[in-house]
Design a binder for this molecule. Structure first.
Ligand code: SAH
Ligand code: AVI
Length: 335
């Protein structure tokens, strides 16, 4: 096996290989994606913003707090299933493989696999939240000093390159958390196709997908009593104020989350409490009283519907496990 620790390609560890563009061109020729998406999203009707922008450093910390809330069942249910099937998952990951994780966050769930799949050659966490990614990689490297960790700061909905060293290794994919549910179904299919290109023929892909269930349980998970989800939602306004010089008054936007039964999704919105004008990226944006910015969809699937989606993107389902409450599913696919 290659000695990754002495390979020049790894000089940049533990700082993530950055493929997310951040800075606006000073001449304004080419704006960063955040600016472009905010300008387009607030000009649209109804107003909307892509949920990937929740995740700056503060947003990632808030998401971690959400995962510990009593109402937020997905993390607990998925962790239980991953622990129960850790040996099954380890058995299908080839020895000497690189584990590529999309939207790795705290890598908490990965730890269940890293313990079981001891013969991994490298772990590649991919995340858009660059500062948080660097912090988590430093923690993980301390816990697993022998593990080769090659972080990539990238938007997984765009094409991105894996570290050079991984190109010679068999690859396994990991996409927990039901982050795939934050993509529109056609975006999820496009993502699965692109993941297939990244992971390569013969790869296995382990994906966590939240299930359709009792509406009260879904509602409560996104309307927690402590208000952490509301803070996570409003963090988008905080981020626009800080990074784009906007002047959103946080108190005049209300967190809303509800289940859309026809579309099988939780919708999150920020609703303007009054008629108001907000300065964003040099324009004055009008909000009517009660008008919302649609900030996130979180699609819930039936096991068969998700398997059909995966098949339409070229993947073959190998297994699907759920927790004892049937709240959350973990799928194993192969290409
Ligand atoms: N996998 C973790 C974290 C889920 S939260 C878990 O299961 O608990 C979603 C994660 O995906 C966040 O860390 C966020 O920064 C990342 N993310 C969201 N959209 C992304 C995108 N387009 N590209 C890369 N990372 C993204
Ligand atoms: C990361 N993602 C799957 C979470 C979800 O449940 O849709 C994000 C989240 N939004 C509100 N609470 C948690």
């Amino acid at each position: 096996m290659r000695d990754f620790h002495n390979d020049e390609a790894f000089d940049m560890r533990p700082t993530a290989l950055a493929q997310v563009s951040f800075l606006a061109d000073p001449a304004g020729q080419e704006s960063e994606p955040f600016v472009t998406d905010v300008v387009a999203g607030l000009a649209a009707s109804p107003k909307r913003l892509p949920p990937k922008y929740f995740y700056d450093s503060a947003g990632s910390d808030l998401f971690e707090r959400i995962t510990a809330l009593p109402e937020y069942y997905p993390t607990r249910c998925e962790l239980r299933t991953l622990k129960e099937h850790a040996a099954d998952i380890a058995a299908i990951i080839p020895s000497g493989a690189a584990l590529i994780e999309f939207g790795s966050g705290s890598s908490r769930k990965t730890r269940t696999l890293l313990g079981a799949a001891r013969k991994l050659a490298a772990y590649v966490p991919v995340d858009i939240s660059v500062e948080f990614l660097d912090r988590q990689v430093a923690n993980l490297q301390r816990e697993y000093p022998a593990m080769v960790i090659l972080p990539v700061a990238a938007d997984f909905s765009e094409s991105f390159d894996l570290p050079e060293a991984v190109s010679v290794l068999p690859r396994a994919g990991f996409f927990p958390g039901s982050t795939i549910g934050n993509l529109e179904p056609q975006e999820a299919a496009a993502f699965l196709r692109q993941a297939g290109r990244i992971l390569g023929a013969g790869a296995v892909f382990v994906i966590g997908v939240d299930l359709i269930k009792d509406e009260k349980i879904l509602y409560d998970a996104y309307n927690d009593a402590e208000g952490v989800t509301a803070q996570f939602n409003r963090n988008l306004l905080v981020r626009m104020n800080r990074e784009l010089g906007a002047n959103f008054d946080l108190a005049s936007f209300e967190h809303q989350a509800f289940y859309n039964r026809a579309q099988h999704r939780i919708e999150m919105h920020l609703s303007s409490r009054k008629r108001q004008w907000v300065q964003v990226c040099g324009t004055n944006v009008e909000f009517r009283a009660g008008e919302t910015i649609h900030t996130e969809n979180s699609y819930k699937y039936a096991i068969e519907t998700f398997q059909q989606l995966a098949c339409s993107a070229g993947w073959t389902p190998l297994a699907a496990w759920t927790d004892s409450d049937n709240y959350f599913s973990v799928h194993v696919l192969t290409l």
